[in-house]
Design a protein around this ligand. Structure first.
Ligand code: SF4
Length: 403
């Protein structure tokens, strides 16, 4: 949405997703060319035909949170890191169509060869969590840590759900990337790099980006750390809203970021489910808030949630706290169990859902015409340091990226 000359100008221009253009940003951009209408009944047929015409030249990746109509055309489904690795393992496919969000396509570009092009069918498919840590904010925060005299004791640990620029920052400062599956190993490693590794009396600190909940849940629940060791750094306040003493005393400096889907599950929803479904098991993603995770029976990444439900006996009753598209699919795949969504007030991930059949068809048909639309290319230097941090993750003790 562009302000007219009679409207007061604000320093931050807000765009309705998918409308107008903003040359400084990938948000809110239009798709050039003819996007098929969402109601076009021939879309499924067109997607099939385009994919068949492209054959081995295209490899379509589908994140677990994508809608069914898109997942149907995915050559492989998975979480973000699994998908990036799958793309890298298909060097014969020059075109990787990533049905997920922007940071995932960036990671795929970093991990694939220069001969491969990663395509995001809709550039408005971002991630609100990743957007909560902008590189200038993180650089400023690091300056604050230097000023407080704690930077040399601190190592950044950055969740996959972050921009390539934040991953590169992590690589430049000797840190590591983590996933929701290996956050415990990554944190334990990081605490050992700068201190004696002991949670109780060590001196090493971690700056955990950008999801405060995954950082807190992992440190306290999996490593036995104390909530008192955790502080939340608010990038919108001077010195993160913290005192020098607080920064010096903290072991975990948690960035004030969260997932706008998982952050909405509540204690009340867990208690209601337990009251209304006798014998129910609650399984949630570690991006959920600490108090919600504390009440759950099982906690795990999307891959772990899928495996846990797949392995459960018939008749098991679940309420699941993760993205709705995945929960709906699990309910369909395991009809002999009862799979319900945890929270009635939580909706789909709106940015994940930007990828729909019209955008997928548009991207595929453009490739049939030898036109590459929406390529995602990470700057070489950024890619280099982001790769350093990703390689550090792969080098973590015992790490082979278990789900
Ligand atoms: S579910 Fe949350 S973390 Fe995942 S893409 Fe959506 S906003 Fe980002």
């Amino acid at each position: 949405m562009t302000a007219t000359s009679s409207e007061p100008r604000t320093p931050l221009s807000l765009l309705v997703l998918g409308h107008g253009t903003d040359l400084r940003s990938e948000r809110g951009v239009e798709c050039p060319g003819d996007l098929p209408a969402p109601s076009d009944p021939s879309l499924v047929e067109r997607a099939r035909a385009a994919k068949a015409a492209l054959g081995e030249k295209v490899f379509v990746l589908g994140h677990h949170y994508q809608r069914d109509e898109v997942i149907e055309f995915a050559d492989v489904t998975g979480d973000s890191f699994k998908l990036a690795k799958e793309a890298a393992a298909r060097p014969e496919a020059p075109w990787i169509v990533f049905c997920g969000v922007h940071f995932m396509a960036e990671s795929a570009d970093i991990l694939t060869s220069d001969d491969q092009t990663v395509i995001l069918p809709d550039l408005a498919a971002g991630c609100s969590m990743a957007d909560m840590a902008a590189i200038n904010q993180v650089e400023d925060a690091w300056d604050d840590l230097v000023e407080a005299g704690v930077a040399e004791d601190t190592i950044p640990v950055t969740y996959m759900n972050s921009s390539a620029a934040i991953k590169a920052f992590t690589g430049r400062h000797g840190g590591t990337i983590c996933t929701s599956s290996n956050a415990k190993t990554a944190l334990a490693w990081a605490l050992e790099q700068r201190g004696d590794g002991r949670i109780e009396r060590g001196t090493g600190k971690v700056l955990f980006l950008p999801d405060q909940h995954l950082g807190r849940n992992t440190y306290v629940r999996e490593l036995g750390g104390s909530l008192d060791d955790c502080v939340v750094f608010d990038p919108h306040r001077p010195m993160g809203g913290l005192t020098v003493q607080q920064l010096q005393d903290a072991r975990m400096i948690l960035w004030r970021g969260h997932c706008s889907v998982h952050g909405r599950f509540t204690v009340d929803a867990v208690e209601t489910a337990r009251r209304e479904i006798p014998g129910v098991k609650v399984i949630v993603h570690p991006e959920c808030r600490y108090e919600v995770v504390e009440l759950a029976d099982e906690v795990g990444s999307t891959e772990k949630i899928i495996k846990t439900i797949a392995a459960a006996p018939a008749g098991t009753k679940w309420v699941v706290g993760t993205e709705l598209n995945l929960v709906k699919r699990l309910a369909q795949q395991f009809p002999d169990q009862q799979v319900s969504f945890l929270e009635k007030n939580v909706c789909y991930c709106s940015t994940m859902n930007r990828i729909d059949l019209p955008h997928l068809v548009w991207a595929l048909e453009s490739l049939v015409d030898d036109r590459v639309v929406n390529p995602i290319k990470v700057d070489d230097q950024v890619a280099h340091y982001a790769r350093v941090a990703l390689d550090q993750m792969l080098a973590l003790p015992g790490e082979t990226h278990k789900d």
